[in-house]
Design a protein around this ligand. Structure first.
Ligand SMILES: [Zn+2]
Length: 259
């Protein structure tokens, strides 16, 4: 059984302020990345204990440069860097996916480091009129390659959002409770890793029982940015709704994220 792990940084236990996720290479950022590697390795362990034969982990946070390669469990493979098409690796075939270190969508009350895509330039994002975030976006991209999401980890709001969009059959692991956008009640990272390892083992049992996320296309997607200048400079074919908002009817999964 082959498992694909998509990662982000904001939902990792011990990560609770933007200084850790935005300022690449600082001591705070390195600490966050070490905590991320700990959670990844816990998920990799659980996957192999649950019968995995191949585990590929993708570095998903901001430009895909957050992994500390030396620290990766030697049984796993990693995907880093920016490339196209998005499904180049996914098409190798996977039986399920884990989303590790994910965060809730923009404007989630008390969602730790909540945002959708860019915490600096994006204000909000909708699919068919409903606010959506990165969990649903990732699930759709994986779903287009027939890969179901089996497990999601992050804070309490992340877990709630995952269940809302993907249903209650998935495994969720809550590693912290959001108190504010930059405040959290957290477990020890060691305990969070133990929970993720158990969660991954349980998720392996759900292979074949959870369907890939395949919403019916076309989808009506709306993007709101923080600054009208971003839309002033936009050259694509999305329709401008107002100073900061674009909308587009999207026919292909690869076009759901950026207008
Ligand atoms: Zn991120």
């Amino acid at each position: 059984m082959r498992i694909y792990i998509s990662t982000d940084l904001e939902g990792v236990c011990g990560v609770y302020r933007f200084e850790q996720t935005r300022q690449y290479g600082t001591p705070a950022n390195l600490e966050a990345r070490r905590l991320l590697m700990g959670e990844i390795n816990a998920a990799v362990c659980g996957a192999f204990e649950g019968g995995a034969t191949r585990v590929v982990v993708r570095d998903g946070h901001d430009g895909s440069k957050s992994f500390i390669p030396e620290e990766l469990d030697e049984r796993a493979e990693m995907v880093m860097g920016v490339y196209s098409p998005y499904d180049a690796v996914l098409r190798q075939g996977f039986d399920g996916a884990f989303l590790i270190g994910y965060h809730s969508m923009s404007h989630t009350p008390r969602g730790v480091l909540c945002h959708t895509q860019s915490s600096l330039t994006w204000d909000n994002y909708w699919i068919n009129g409903k606010p959506a975030g990165e969990i649903y976006q990732t699930a759709i991209l994986l779903g287009s390659c027939d890969i179901p999401v089996l497990m999601v980890t992050g804070d309490d709001k992340t877990v709630q959002e995952a269940r809302e969009f993907l249903g209650d059959d998935i495994v969720t692991v809550q590693v912290k409770t959001g108190l504010s956008r930059e405040g959290a009640l957290m477990y020890s990272p060691k305990r969070a890793r133990a929970m993720i390892r158990e969660g991954a083992k349980e998720a392996m049992k759900r292979i074949g029982k959870i369907k890939p996320c395949k919403p019916k296309f076309p989808l009506r997607i709306r993007w709101r940015f923080k600054d009208s200048g971003i839309v002033d400079r936009y050259k694509g074919d999305a329709r401008r709704i107002d100073a900061t908002t674009l909308e587009k009817i999207v026919t292909r999964p690869e076009d759901i994220i950026f207008p």
